[in-house]
Ligand binder design. Structure first.
Ligand code: 13P
Ligand code: SF4
Length: 360
């Protein structure tokens, strides 16, 4: 069997995974651990043998995030790690556009995704042909594209952004091009949230994250009433009405950073479910209230298929070299931007009144 079920919880496995068990034991039952630990030990052995690294997004389940992830973080952090990595093989524990970004930045490495069906509703909302039409409609305006897109969309893009730096990228590009409007695609809600932080006009696309679009202001107000002392942190892919009633908004890494540095007594993370599970393991002083939505794409990745990916070198993610070359420019321009003074400014949202978003 190549799914790892042949590995037993031996004394050697128990000893090798003991430090990890000490870390996760408040959140994982001994029964679960007996199933997970042998695979974690085997995956970590295979990584050394094959000179592979695992880049794990914050939405991976804890046994992946804490057990086998070499680099963990948000889309921006993982893209930067992919660019720096010395390993021969990158296993992307995340979704397909993230694996494509890794391949674009590391064309000589083998990039594997454990399940090819791990897509993204934002990435599938727009094509390279759509972006070409948008450019025809708005000649002379720069195109800023969220990294949650396919390589052919990135190839049509001037500069990429993530939720961690979108405001900064929009303002930088507007300054550099000497324009007062920027095309920011494909996430309508990210675009609307950015528009509230800047005087730059935004032209947006109607893409949505199927996980974050389901949150609404009424749910958050209900939570506030039930947990008056809890800090509410929301992802900028949520509708603006959600950010308006949240205490803070930022990328998944910005949310982690908020919890780890401010150490709130009680917190609610308005985002994908695994996020709170992962942060709770490290943030021992904080209590987590857990309303959340699952991302079905992220949840396609498991310890079993990561193991299979390493054993069988599957599934290799390839990008047409001509497209990759153009896409690399837009991702690299983002990576080369200086870090923002304030990483996420969505928390200033209440200060703005005028929002100028033109939907395509
Ligand atoms: P970040 O991790 O960049 O905040 O993005 C969240 C997301 O939805 C990735 O799919
Ligand atoms: Fe895409 Fe939303 Fe899932 Fe992230 S959480 S991968 S944006 S569908």
């Amino acid at each position: 069997m190549a799914d790892g079920s042949q590995f037993a919880f031996t004394p050697a496995v128990e000893a090798a995974t003991l430090p990890l068990w000490e870390k996760v034991k408040r959140h994982v039952t001994p029964m679960e651990w007996r199933l997970q630990a042998p695979l974690i030990a085997e995956i970590n052995r295979l990584k050394r043998e094959k000179n592979a690294v695992i880049l794990a997004h914050n939405y991976m389940t804890p046994e992946i995030f804490h057990g086998v992830g070499d680099y963990v973080g948000d889309s921006l952090g993982l893209a930067k790690e992919a660019a720096k990595s010395e390993a021969k093989i990158i296993v992307q524990a995340g979704v397909h556009f993230m694996a494509e970004t890794s391949k674009i930045l590391s064309p000589d490495k083998t990039v594997l995704i454990p399940d090819l069906r791990a897509g993204c509703s934002l990435a599938s909302s727009i094509t390279g042909a759509d972006v070409r039409l948008i450019k025809q409609r708005y000649p002379g305006l720069p195109v800023v594209t969220y990294v949650n897109t396919t390589a052919d969309v990135k190839a049509e893009t001037d500069v990429c952004c993530t939720s961690a730096n979108a405001v900064q990228v929009v303002e930088h590009v507007a300054r550099e091009w000497g324009v007062d409007r920027v095309i920011l695609i494909p996430d309508e809600f990210l675009a609307r949230n950015v528009a509230r932080q800047t005087t730059v006009g935004i032209i947006a696309w109607k893409g949505r994250c199927e996980v974050h679009e389901r949150f609404n202001a009424a749910d958050i107000l209900e939570l506030k009433e039930a947990y008056p002392d809890a800090q509410i942190l929301a992802h900028p892919e949520c509708p603006p009405e959600v950010l308006e009633v949240a205490d803070f908004a930022g990328s998944t890494a910005a949310m982690t950073n908020y919890v780890m540095t401010k150490k709130p007594k009680q917190v609610v993370l308005i985002t994908e479910c695994s996020m709170a599970d992962n942060v709770a393991i490290d943030a021992i002083e904080t209590e987590f209230v857990r309303p959340c939505n699952l991302c079905p794409h992220m949840k396609r990745i498991s310890l079993e298929n990561i193991y299979e990916a390493l054993v069988k070198n599957q599934y290799e993610v390839l990008v047409d070299p001509a497209i990759a070359e153009r896409a690399r420019l837009s991702v690299q321009r983002m990576i080369d931007l200086p870090p923002p003074l304030v990483p996420a400014r969505y928390d200033l949202i209440k200060a703005r009144h005028h929002v100028d978003v033109e939907l395509i």
